[in-house]
Design a protein around this ligand. Structure first.
Ligand SMILES: *Cc1c(COP(=O)(O)O)cnc(C)c1O
Length: 381
C-alpha cells in the first residue's frame, strides 16, 4: 500500500459489530467479563481500549512499523522510552533538542542517575566519542527546533547498530509523510501527535512506533504500568487527523517553500533557515532522507533587533502568535522571548537563537494571504 492509502486505511477495519466505517469512540473504562478473566480481548482501558487500538494500528502502518503505542502527550512517550533504562545507563542526544525533552532528561531522569550527553549530531565523530559500555540509547530529532538543522538518520543508525545501542528518532517535524526513520535503520520513532498527526491544534498526544517484538512488549508494559495513556476521544481525533495527513502535508510543503522563497528575497531579511535551500548546510542529507522539506522555517531580520521581532509577531494577523506547530492554521513564535527565554542570551545565541529569530509553522491557508500578512508586518519594522 502507498502512503496516501495507508493514511486512510492502514491497520483499519470497519467496526465488526455495526459496520461503522469509523471506529466508535469507546468511552468506557472497563469491559464485562463472562467469568473471571473471561473477556473479548479488553479488560480495563489503561491496558487497552478499542479506539486507541485502531489509532495504534494506524500509527504503526504510516511509519512502516509493526507496533504502535499512543500516550497522553509526546513527553509521556519519551518518558516511557527512558523508563526502559537503569541507573548508570547513558544516553547521547543532540544539543539543539526540543526544550521539553531536554527538561525531562536533565530535570527528571538525571535524578535517577541516567547520564545524558548532548553533542552536535551533524558530526558523527562527536557521537562516537561519547560511546562507552554504558551507552544504551542514541536520541535524535530532525529537522531540529527552531534552527531546522538536519541530522543524518542512516549514518547514526549504522553507528548505533554496530555498537548494539538502541537508536530513537523524534519524527514530529518531518512526519511519516516526509521521512520514515525505521526504514533508515532506527529502532524507535516518536511523535508529538499534538502537532502534524493531529493537525488541528485540538489535542495533546504522543506516539511510539517500533518493529521489534521484545522492544514493543517492554514499552507496552511501561505504557500500562506507568499509565500515561490517552483517552478514547483523543484517540479518535488523532485517527481522524491522520486520514488527511498526506493532503495537509502536501500543502504545508508548498506553502512552506513559497514563504521561504518570499522571505529569502525580502530586503529586510537577514537569514532564512529552511532545509529546502541548496545553501542550507545539510541540504544534501535532507534531500536524501526526506521527500520534501515541510512547513517549518525560521528567519532573522537585518539589524537583529529584539523589539522589531516582537513588533513583527504582534503585527501578524493571519499568523497567530502561539506555542506549538503543525496545525492547519499558521503560527508564529519568537524563541528568544518564548520557548528559549529561560536560556541565558549568550548560550542561546551559540545555537543561533538570536534576538530577531522568528519561527513560523506555515499552515494551509491561501498562500497569497500568508505572504500579504508577512509583507504588511515587515513593512512596519
Ligand atoms: C511538541 C514537541 C514535543 C513534546 O510533545 P507534547 O505533545 O507537547 O508533549 C516533543 N518533540 C518535539 C519536536 C515537539 O515539537
Amino acid at each position: 500500500m502507498k502512503f496516501n492509502t495507508k493514511a486512510i486505511h492502514g491497520g483499519q477495519q470497519h467496526d465488526p459489530s455495526t459496520g461503522a466505517v469509523m471506529p466508535p469512540i469507546y468511552q468506557t473504562s472497563t469491559y464485562a467479563q463472562t467469568t473471571p478473566g473471561g473477556h473479548k480481548g479488553y479488560e480495563y482501558s489503561r491496558t487497552g481500549n478499542p479506539t486507541r487500538t485502531a489509532l495504534e494500528n494506524a500509527l504503526a502502518s504510516i511509519e512502516n512499523g509493526k507496533f504502535g503505542l499512543a500516550f497522553g502527550s509526546g513527553l509521556a512517550a519519551i518518558d516511557a522510552i527512558i523508563k526502559m533504562l537503569k541507573p548508570g545507563d547513558e544516553v547521547i542526544s543532540t544539543n539543539d533538542l526540543y526544550g521539553g525533552t531536554f527538561r525531562i532528561f536533565t530535570k527528571i531522569f538525571e535524578q535517577y542517575n541516567i547520564v545524558f550527553h548532548f553533542v552536535g549530531m551533524d558530526n558523527i565523530a562527536s557521537v562516537e566519542a561519547k560511546i562507552n559500555t554504558n551507552t544504551k540509547l542514541i536520541w535524535a530529532e530532525t529537522p531540529t527546533n527552531p534552527m531546522l538543522n538536519i541530522i543524518d538518520i542512516k549514518a547514526l543508525a549504522d553507528v548505533a547498530k554496530k555498537q548494539g545501542i538502541l537508536f530513537g528518532v523524534d519524527n514530529t517535524f518531518a512526519t511519516p509523510y516526509l521521512q520514515n526513520p525505521l526504514d533508515l535503520g532506527a529502532d524507535l520513532v516518536m511523535h508529538s501527535a499534538t502537532k502534524y498527526l493531529g493537525g488541528h491544534s485540538d489535542v495533546v498526544m504522543g506516539a511510539l512506533i517500533v518493529n521489534d517484538k521484545d522492544l514493543a512488549d517492554k514499552l507496552y508494559f511501561i505504557q500500562n504500568a506507568s499509565g500515561a495513556v490517552c483517552g478514547p476521544m483523543d484517540s479518535f481525533l488523532v485517527l481522524r487527523g491522520i486520514k488527511t495527513l498526506h493532503v495537509r502535508m502536501q500543502r504545508h510543503c508548498e506553502n512552506g517553500r513559497a514563504v521561504a522563497e518570499f522571505l529569502q528575497a525580502h530586503s529586510k531579511i537577514e537569514n532564512v533557515y529552511w532545509p529546502g535551500f541548496e545553501s542550507h548546510p545539510n541540504h544534501e542529507i535532507a534531500k536524501k532522507q526526506m521527500r520534501d522539506f515541510g512547513g517549518m522555517l525560521s528567519f532573522t531580520t537585518k539589524g537583529n533587533n529584539y523589539k522589531a521581532a516582537i513588533s513583527m509577531v504582534e503585527n501578524l494577523k493571519v499568523f497567530t502568535l502561539a506555542e506549538s506547530l503543525g496545525g492547519v492554521e499558521s503560527l508564529s513564535g519568537h524563541p528568544a522571548s518564548m520557548t528559549h527565554a529561560s536560556i541565558p542570551k549568550e548560550e542561546r545565541e551559540k545555537t543561533g537563537v538570536v534576538d530577531s529569530l522568528i519561527r513560523l509553522s506555515v499552515g494551509i491557508e491561501d498562500i497569497a494571504d500568508l505572504i500579504a500578512d508577512l509583507e504588511q508586518a515587515l513593512a512596519k519594522i
